[in-house]
Design a protein around this ligand. Structure first.
Ligand code: FAD
Ligand code: DLZ
Ligand code: SF4
Length: 506
């Protein structure tokens, strides 16, 4: 028996969410369920990470004095889905009230709406206060605006939180130091990499279960080196600040063969499950600037990702769901090619991104946006299939943040709500920011025809195919003028070779 039964999901592993509750009278429930592990075929590491982090979190809550009812995936009475787990725990506990916290996915919000009608006791959904901007605050900001732009939203968040502010002005006199952040990584740099952790007995038992029961899912389970507790995630953050933050900004967009992380932090999965909270991350990052251990371009660049992009994406997700998920502005209908799962392609950039993703359940932003995302966009892959791929393969993928990044920013499926123009590029951009092309089967300098970089042909074909939808975009005016200046034969050769490539690659 309890007064309130509080449901915590696998991305709600933050003690702060229980601030409103009372240890003496309330109970917490958590459940590992097959439904959550299989609604897309998540990477093995992603499943193991969630189960291990959930178990450790429950243990810490108990040690803190909470009563936690925890259903493990192998429990004989495991009901396999959140609906029935919540129903059965509510019957067992007989609370006056069941409390859920705003979930991170629309489908779970629907489930909560249904439960509030069908449960025998009242069901209340509380705000998730870990975010800087509430859903209603974002909706209010967005209402009536002709165009939503992250940069405007970010400035409001800077003013609201006071991070890197000097009164009403941004520290350093600029809001954005992006122009300092576009360097290719020269030879000879060393990368400290993220802090890694050795699995304890609890995590090992999760790994054994995942190995035995999810062997058909994508990705390598081992080595498993993620943090699975809040304490470890904090160490990972401190390590990043100490060894990588200073160079984060400068090489933020760089890519190198066989280098998975460069100066990136690998903390999105900890933020998204709640092991770290955005406020503590931003405070620590900004402190590094005041302590003189990291320059402003890096600190501001990092702050913009967490305080700006992350919050912005959440706002857009809730503003535009459920329609968002079925948008396909560019009417792209090709199936996702099998090399997204196998990595078996002669395109070195894609091979690197996919094989790395298989091994680590991670790729950094530019790999996601300008390699795999860019390829899918310019080749004309169905954006929903692209979305399902990203949701499955990355350990940090929860729909509220994955979907706007994929369908909005990367695939332009929303017609320009998230991004003011499509993130489409030829091989030239990849060559500029990486060392991939030097060891590729294809020649990035060849514009089209046999042996040429497929990104080059697909890029122009993409613009041509979507001319009626994109030509009016003021940010694409110059590029269409260039296309228009190509003689008709040259244009025809791009179109014809794009047909060849589609047969070969898709
Ligand atoms: P860093 O490069 O070290 O950045 C710091 C932090 O900033 C990240 O941990 C993250 O919390 C935040 N951040 C940076 N960029 C973004 C962004 N565009 N949107 C939201 N937060 C951001 N991020 C996810 O957390 N989950 C996803 O499922 C996800 N899917 C993506 C899909 C596509 C197609 C693209 C283009 C981007 C996606 N991102 C996603 C955003 C970004 O790529 C990841 O947040 C980042 O790569 C995580 O690695 P990191 O922690 O090393 O980040
Ligand atoms: C990602 C994930 C996985 C693999 N398993 C579980 C689970 O067994 N139980 C759970 O509560 N949450 C899990 N999660 C995270 C959820 O999918 C996540 O909480 C929702 O998708 C977002 O609201
Ligand atoms: Fe990728 Fe083209 Fe460079 Fe090959 S040549 S790595 S396909 S951009």
């Amino acid at each position: 028996m309890c007064t309130r039964l509080i449901v915590l999901l696998g991305d709600q592993l933050s003690p702060s969410l229980l601030r409103f509750a009372d240890q003496k009278t309330d109970q917490v429930m958590m459940a590992e369920v097959l439904g959550e592990a299989t609604y897309v075929a998540h990477h093995k590491k992603k499943i193991a990470f969630h189960f291990a982090a959930m178990r450790h979190f429950a243990k810490e809550l108990r040690a803190d004095g909470w009563t936690v009812s925890y259903t493990t995936i192998d429990a004989a009475d495991n009901r396999g889905n959140l609906r029935e787990e919540i129903q059965s725990q509510a019957e067992r506990c007989q609370p006056d009230l069941v409390v859920g916290i705003e979930p991170g996915e629309w489908r779970i919000e629907q489930l909560y709406a249904e439960l509030s009608k069908t449960l025998a006791v009242p069901f209340e959904v509380r705000r998730d206060e870990r975010f800087f901007c509430s859903r209603s605050e974002f909706a209010e900001w967005a209402q009536g605006r002709r165009q939503l732009r992250m940069e405007n939203f970010y400035r409001i968040m800077r003013r609201k939180t006071g991070f890197l502010m000097d009164g009403e002005e941004p520290v350093g006199g600029q809001w954005n130091f992006d122009h300092d952040n576009r360097k290719k990584a020269p030879k000879g740099l060393t990368f400290p990499g993220p802090l890694t952790f050795v699995p304890d007995a609890e995590t090992k038992s999760v790994l054994a279960y995942v190995d035995a029961h999810f062997s058909d899912h994508f990705g390598d389970l081992e080595p498993f080196e993620f943090a699975v507790t809040r304490g470890q995630a904090r160490q990972a953050l401190e390590y990043f600040i100490r060894y990588s933050l200073a160079d984060f900004g400068t090489y933020q967009d760089a890519m190198l063969r066989d280098e998975n992380y460069l100066y990136h932090s690998l903390i999105s999965l900890y933020l998204n499950t709640g092991l770290l909270e955005p406020d503590e991350v931003c405070r620590h990052i900004v402190q590094a600037y005041y302590d003189g251990t990291a320059p402003l371009n890096s600190v501001e660049g990092y702050l913009r990702q967490v305080l700006g992009w992350r919050e912005y994406m959440r706002g857009i997700y809730w503003l535009r769901m459920p329609e968002f998920k079925s948008e396909n502005f560019l009417e792209a209908h090709h199936h996702l090619p099998s090399f997204f799962w196998t990595g078996e392609t002669k395109m070195e950039c894609v091979r690197q991104a996919v094989t790395q993703t298989k091994k680590t359940a991670y790729a950094h932003h530019i790999q996601r946006l300008m390699v795999t995302g860019n390829f899918a966009l310019i080749a004309g892959i169905d954006p929903f299939q692209v979305h399902e791929w990203y949701l499955a393969v990355y350990a940090d993928a929860i729909e509220w943040v994955e979907l706007p990044n994929t369908m909005g920013m990367s695939q332009f499926a929303d017609g320009g709500v998230v991004a003011s123009k499509p993130y489409a590029s030829s091989g030239n951009y990849i060559n500029k920011m990486s060392d991939y092309c030097a060891s590729c089967h294809y020649n990035v300098k060849e514009k089209t025809g046999p042996g040429s970089c497929p990104f080059n042909t697909f890029y122009w074909d993409f613009l041509d195919r979507n001319s009626d939808k994109l030509r009016g975009n003021p940010r694409l005016g110059n590029i269409y003028r260039t296309w228009d200046k190509f003689d008709p034969e040259k244009q025809a050769s791009y179109r014809a070779y794009a047909d060849v490539l589609r047969k070969e690659l898709l």
